[in-house]
Design a protein around this ligand. Structure first.
Ligand code: MN3
Length: 202
């Protein structure tokens, strides 16, 4: 069975007033994400060892095998974008109580969390992702980042609650070269903290 592009959980113009325009979403979802899915399917078709596997299984296999770098990149980007669309919301930026309490406990305050997330996102040189991750053993929240198509699933860093795309295709139409403004806008107006809270383990 081949992988498919999931529909966006909102219309392509739903985030325009919150800083992500229709053209960004049409290109990012319809072209960029679709291209990763198409490439992944082509690679799996040529590799019997990957056939019949879940996306997560393929990611784990490919992350341990340098000869499968192309598989890892495209599987990673498919997984990352599935989370990214869930991480955005037209009513984003509102912090629910349970997540707020966890953030206060682990970062000191919501402001400190946002500053740390922004710093990590700016520090990522070139393309990549920044993440809010929960350690599945201790339950503690932390911020991490990965280059290109990497993610916390592949590195075992924990459960990804939020994932922010730092590739230029994600922000160039709306914010040009101003990644810091894109990240701030995400944290304040687009981040689906309800989804993050629902993904937490208690
Ligand atoms: Mn992208």
């Amino acid at each position: 069975m081949s992988f498919t592009l999931p529909p966006l959980p909102f219309s392509t113009n739903a985030l325009a007033e919150a800083g992500m325009c229709q053209e960004t979403l049409e290109l990012h979802h319809g072209k960029h994400h679709q291209a990763y899915v198409t490439a992944l399917n082509g690679l799996v078709e040529k590799n019997p060892a990957l056939q019949g596997r879940t996306l997560e299984e393929i990611l784990r296999i490919a992350s341990a095998d340098p000869s499968l770098a192309a598989v890892f990149n495209n599987a990673g980007q498919h997984w990352n974008h599935i989370l990214f669309w869930q991480t955005l919301s037209p009513g984003g930026g509102r912090m629910p109580a349970k997540l707020a309490a966890r953030i206060d406990a682990d970062f000191g305050s919501e402001t400190a969390f946002k500053e740390a997330f922004k710093a990590a996102s700016i520090a990522q040189f070139g393309s990549g992702w920044s993440w809010l991750v929960q350690d599945e053993t201790t339950g503690r929240l932390k911020i991490c980042r990965s280059a290109n198509g990497g993610n916390p699933l592949a590195t075992g860093e924990g459960r990804a609650l939020l994932g922010l795309d730092l590739w230029e295709h994600s922000y160039y139409l709306d914010f040009r070269n101003r990644r810091p403004d894109y990240v701030t806008n995400f944290l304040d107006r687009l981040a689906n903290y309800d989804h993050a809270e629902a993904s937490m383990i208690d």
